[in-house]
Write a protein that binds this ligand. Structure first.
Ligand code: DOR
Ligand code: ZN
Length: 347
């Protein structure tokens, strides 16, 4: 039997939601991950440090007994965000990053930024105090095809912003295109990218071939195969600018299996098994630890975790639940469409 021991991983982009769903999903992350950057797109969003403090407490209260997990809180950037509140949040150690959702880009993003000039005072303060901006990198312009929204965002929003504020540290989250990978690789610092588990595994066929499959729909939407291959090459290269952000985004089934389903794929349950499979397929198991446990902390200025986890490759495929039940309804777990032989050894 093959085994692999890694420093305990972190998830640099995670949706935990609130209430019943938070209660149902938090254990799937805290079982394997030590820390996660927590997305602020609740209803209403986490806009101020006061909101973030209260949300952090709700997360800690929902943790299964005995689990040690550190939620790294973010603020949802609006056109009215107060730079002083952001600075205080960073100084107190509560806030790890600010999240930019272009208005209308995805789930609960209507309060996001329309006019970047209005957000400049906050962005300038963040550059000054070294607080990273996490970016949902898609334009929302109706004329732009949904499959081109990331590439157009880089050209028309991200690059101009970085030229205007070169000191601002930017995480391009859930990169889905070769254009995104190339842009990060060509940058001269202050830019890194997170990559999800599912974008390493599916291309757009998973959503559309043989019927419409809502559990493979997320935003940014999965692209063509050449883009998936570019993501795989970047993730498995060991390049310190790329790290795991699962973007695990639970929605209860009725909200996905309907005429206008929500974007989001729930991968927290089997992410480490999926990633071990992917990295082994690409002969890069020796780079898995960099992707899940080293590159992210280095980017966010944190130490890697001291604890470790061990994965075993067994002949029998691992069994994961198809769904996670929550008080609000069932949540479908990501199906990678191949058997998973790697499994985290539960302590
Ligand atoms: O697929 C997604 N789901 N993409 C996002 O950007 C948001 C997320 C969610 O909150 O459901
Ligand atoms: Zn997300």
């Amino acid at each position: 039997m093959k085994t692999l021991t890694l420093r305990r991983p972190d998830d640099w982009h995670l949706h935990l939601r609130d209430g019943d769903v938070l209660q149902a999903v938090i254990g799937d992350t805290s079982r394997h991950f030590a820390r996660a950057i927590i997305m602020p797109n609740l209803v209403p969003p986490v806009v101020t440090t006061t909101d973030a403090k209260a949300y952090r407490e709700r997360i800690l209260a929902a943790l299964p007994a005995g689990d040690r997990f550190e939620p790294l809180m973010t603020l949802y950037l609006t056109e009215h965000t107060d730079p002083d509140d952001v600075e205080e949040g960073k100084k107190s150690g509560l806030i790890s990053a600010v999240k930019l959702y272009p208005a209308g880009a995805t789930t609960n993003s209507h309060g996001g930024v329309r006019d970047f000039n209005k957000a400049m005072p906050v962005l300038e303060r963040m550059a000054k105090i070294g607080l990273p901006l996490c970016v949902h990198g898609e334009v929302t312009t109706p004329e732009v095809d949904i499959f081109d929204r990331e590439a157009v965002f880089i050209e028309t929003v991200l690059d101009p912003l970085r030229q205007r504020l070169p000191e601002l540290k930017v995480t391009m989250e859930h990169v889905t295109t070769a254009d995104g990978i190339d842009y990060i690789k060509s940058s001269k610092g202050n830019l890194a990218g997170s990559i999800t588990t599912h974008h390493l595994i599916i291309n757009r066929n998973a959503i559309l071939v043989g019927g419409i499959r809502p559990h493979y729909y997320c935003l940014p939407v999965a692209k063509r195969e050449n883009h998936r291959l570019a993501l795989r090459a970047a993730a498995t290269s060991g390049d310190a600018r790329f790290f795991l952000g699962t973007d695990s985004a639970p929605h209860v089934d009725p909200l996905k299996e309907c005429a206008c389903g929500c974007a989001g794929i729930y991968t927290s349950v089997n992410t480490m098994s999926c990633l071990a499979h992917v990295f082994e397929d690409d002969n890069a198991l020796d780079k898995l630890e960099a992707f899940t446990s080293l590159n992210g902390p280095a980017w966010y200025g944190l130490k890697p975790n001291e604890e470790t986890i061990t994965l075993e490759k067994r002949d029998e495929p691992a069994r994961f639940p198809d769904k996670r039940d929550s008080g609000a309804g069932p949540i479908t777990v990501f199906d990678p469409m191949f058997p998973l032989h790697w499994q985290v050894v539960e302590k």
